[in-house]
Design a protein around this ligand. Sequence first.
Ligand code: FES
Length: 100
Amino acid sequence: MPSWIKVLDQAPKEGTMVEITVAGKDLFVTLNNGHLYCAENRCPHEDIKLTLGCLKGDRVKCSLHGYSFDLETGDSSEVDVENMQTYPVKQENKQIYIEI
Ligand code: FES
């Protein structure tokens, strides 16, 4: 059953991605245009860290082939590439929690 786990003492700086490891999974948390997001730090295309890429609009763009994924829904820009796994994230008393 999913539960909320504290992962950071404060939100990432706007426009940055912070790598975290939770329950054996490599994830990232980002603050993008004032919204917090959390997703798996692995491109569904060829298994490279998405934190090597960049944020573009409301998406993260992979550094290898440039495919992108919606930070909220994980939706892939390519019909034949799986979506990115995303996780609920919230801030309470400055601290950041994700549900996993
Ligand atoms: S490995 Fe990410 S787009 Fe190809």
